[in-house]
Ligand binder design. Structure first.
Ligand code: ZN
Length: 430
């Protein structure tokens, strides 16, 4: 019965509601006009920053893009600051922009300056491909979203409606390849979250969707030892089964006993086994040496894992650990270690409320309803680090092919994204 009622409500509420511009206040209409005036400039700004290479490891390029945004924010009576990271972290640093006021919810707007396309990538320049679309390295992911933040705030500033608002913008310089340890490379972002009430992430969006949840992303490493011997003695009392049979037991048990929970995935990405193995983490590459007539002495698996909550992460790690440490085959031992990663952003009620506000804004603007994106289909992002405050993500520009040389940004989505963001920020800061 409950299911039926819910279904009915979904069908009913899902009906597109026709827009009346009466839903917008005169102040909001004024903001939209100001956005229209600046759209060409916003587009030019996007092209300019896309054409500056800012691959995560091109620190100079990341800083240069940060400088352009920082200067532009300074003109909006905001204070921009470049946060340096210790040399050992080996990343460019972050742009942090702030204005402090006394009214409304304190907002944190999140972007990133870096892209996955380093200086040696053949994909470097903005190139229009018709239909108001363009091939653009980092255009959708996420210089487009950064431009959306800038031009939404520019219009709100020109309208004189955020003079007394508290807004922090953090554009990280290493979202695509975060510096380690994360506690250091994400400190500025986390601290900004503590000074804010709501986080809005401007990663690339999808028409009709917003992001209220993202899964965690972290790693695991499985190491197995066996007893080296002539193969004719395998399974004997002194030799046992060898490292490779043991690693097979463990992985099979992970597959049979650990998988199955909703939103939980874990993936062994690479495996090496034999008499000797050697794995280079920075290259994601390794070698193994072994002979068919020698019982394997060692085996190594590197894996990744995604979860919807810290709870699920901990529970999964414990299950894996129990399998690794118990029931080892004769003559073998095994250990598993877990590496830090992106925390999850769980689908909370508070996040849903912000999505509802965003949905209302979108409908009032005539852009149609917004629903929550399937968290299982989203990767991790910086917004997850501030999931201790409510927030949503996916407020950026539309496009496709992120992280590939076919990345396309939908330039037609710029107007929509800036307008949605500006009205949402306006309403949240009242
Ligand atoms: Zn991104």
């Amino acid at each position: 019965m409950k299911v039926l009622t819910t279904l009915f409500m979904l069908l009913f509420l899902g009906t597109p509601i026709l827009v009346s511009s009466q839903a917008l206040s005169s102040q909001e209409k004024k903001i939209l006009k100001l956005i229209d005036q600046d759209l060409d400039e916003a587009k030019e700004f996007l092209i300019k920053v896309v054409n500056i290479n800012s691959g995560t490891m091109n620190h100079k390029g990341v800083r240069k893009v940060g400088q352009l945004f920082g200067d532009a924010f300074n003109e909006l009576s905001m204070k921009s600051l470049w946060v340096e990271l210790p040399d050992s972290v080996n990343r460019a640093g972050h742009l942090v922009v702030e204005k402090v006021g006394g009214t409304g919810k304190r907002l944190l707007l999140i972007g990133h300056l870096d892209t996955v396309f380093e200086e040696d990538s053949p994909f470097q320049k903005y190139e229009p491909i018709g239909d108001n679309k363009a091939k653009a390295p980092g255009g959708q992911d996420m210089k487009g979203g950064d431009v959306v933040i800038l031009y939404a705030l520019k219009a709100l500033h020109a309208a004189g409606v955020i003079n007394d608002a508290t807004i922090t913008v953090v554009m990280t310089g290493d979202e695509e390849k975060p510096g380690k340890p994360l506690s250091v490379s994400r400190e500025a972002l986390i601290e900004a979250g503590k000074r804010s009430d709501i986080a809005l992430g401007f990663e690339g969006g999808r028409p009709g969707y917003g992001v209220t949840a993202r899964r965690s992303s972290s790693g695991w490493k499985l190491e197995v030892e066996g007893t080296r011997s002539h193969s004719s003695r395998i399974f004997s009392e002194n030799v046992g089964s060898g490292a490779i049979f043991e690693v097979a037991r463990i992985l099979n048990a992970f597959h049979e006993e650990v998988k199955g929970e909703e939103y939980l995935t874990f993936n062994p990405g690479v495996i090496l086994g034999g008499t000797m193995v050697d794995y280079d983490h920075s290259l994601n590459k390794g070698t193994a040496f072994g002979k068919t007539n020698v019982v394997s002495q060692t085996a190594l698996v590197q894996g990744g894992m995604r979860t919807i909550s810290m709870d699920q992460l901990k529970r999964t790690q414990e299950k894996m650990k129990a399998i690794v440490e118990n029931g080892n085959l004769p003559g073998t031992s095994a250990s598993i270690s877990f590496t830090e990663g992106y925390p999850p952003m769980s689908p909370t009620e508070e996040n849903k409320k912000i999505l509802d506000e965003f949905d209302q804004v979108s409908k009032d603007l005539g852009y149609g309803p917004i629903e929550a994106f399937d968290p299982g289909a989203r990767g991790a992002a910086d917004v997850s680090f501030v999931s201790f405050i409510p927030g949503i993500d996916g407020l950026g520009m539309f496009g496709e092919g992120a992280h590939t040389p076919q990345e396309i940004v939908d330039m037609g989505s710029l107007e929509l994204a800036v307008k949605r963001a500006a009205i949402l920020i306006y309403r949240l800061t009242r």
